[in-house]
Design a protein around this ligand. Sequence first.
Ligand SMILES: Cc1cc2nc3c(=O)[nH]c(=O)nc-3n(C[C@H](O)[C@H](O)[C@H](O)COP(=O)(O)OP(=O)(O)OC[C@H]3O[C@@H](n4cnc5c(N)ncnc54)[C@H](O)[C@@H]3O)c2cc1C
Length: 378
Amino acid sequence: MKMKADVAVIGGGVTGLSIAYNLAKQGIEKVVVLEKRYLGAGSSGRCAGGIREQFSTEPMIKLARKSLDMYEKLSDELNFNILFRQGGYLFLAFNEDDMSEIREHVRLQNSLGVGSRIVTPEEAREIFPELNTDGMVGGAFNRRDGIAFPFPVVWGYARAGERLGVEIRKFTEVRDIIVENGSVKGVVAGEERIDCDFVVNAAGGWSKKIYEMAGLKSFNTPVKHEILATEPLKPFLEPMIVNISAGLYFNQSMRGEIIGGIGTHSEPSTDVSSSFEFVKKFAREIVRLVPKIRGVKVLRQWAGLYDMTPDAQPVLGETEIEGFIQANGFSGHGFMLAPVVGELIAKLIATGKVDPLIRPFGFNRFRDGIEPEHTVVG
Ligand SMILES: Cc1cc2nc3c(=O)[nH]c(=O)nc-3n(C[C@H](O)[C@H](O)[C@H](O)COP(=O)(O)OP(=O)(O)OC[C@H]3O[C@@H](n4cnc5c(N)ncnc54)[C@H](O)[C@@H]3O)c2cc1C
């Protein structure tokens, strides 16, 4: 069997679905999303839902800022309640080196119009009174940051895309990419060949495989990241809390659960099993910071993949293969960037124009020298 599409998007996560929706919105008629499992089966359905503009490099701050602007209007745009709320992100440092990095980041953020501010341990406790500030040097707070519930964002983009004519094929694995004379000609999906001029690699932790299908060496590496949810508690925590010195982050969902993670793994792997080692490490760090949480029950734990790049920043845009477009390598930030990435990748495909916001994230930068993003937590 053979079919023809304008664009084939590989991956039914938040990135692929946002791109597909935006392509249809820009008038591209035949857009097909190919997802090997169900929508949100990758990291999009496993993430903490954090959305922030506090980053450490100018390109990331600008990109994240625009995405946060878009999140503020996303429920209306998609006609779907994504349960977005802006309780802020509170970064905390427990040593001088981390605090001086935070100071530098806030200076850069403020110079670009972000309203983050440095806080003392006492001010941090005013924001979240349950904090144990022993050993805390200080932190940074930005009230405008927030969280959304990941599944409605995935479903909202899928439904809005379908209303505009996007075709979504679940349980359809892309097995090959057809490249002739340096240009994309199509994909092999399931048992079918789909002819198309553009293929988008939005395959998250599996993006490396997709690069290789097209014959490109990939710089991306998947790394397991674990997370858990506790039993529901009365609302007592508004912001996302990040202990940058311990790699710990957590927030409270609208249902009252504490949801959070801590960096535990660094070796490349697509394994998403859960470990007791993670629960112990997370429990030790969160109880030290918020003693009130001692004795709270863990309801469930799970894991997903961070698609890491050498500078912990995404790969966005074209490659040397004409029509082979990248939207991957998001480490712990792909959920928050999906609105802006969807709009600007769609614009690139529809008009050929590379927006200045995505220009710094080109695939070739790994050959040209890089400046890494420092705040990799969710
Ligand atoms: C525990 C955890 C917490 C996180 N917290 C945050 C957070 O607070 N904020 C934030 O912004 N980000 C966070 N992230 C990162 C975020 O989840 C990801 O960056 C984002 O979801 C990436 O979305 P995506 O659509 O690019 O990839 P994914 O959601 O992984 O989707 C890729 C899809 O491609 C499909 N696929 C792969 N190969 C093929 C193939 N050959 N054919 C067809 N389909 C294929 C997969 O099945 C998958 O569904 C977190 C991640 C984890 C794991």
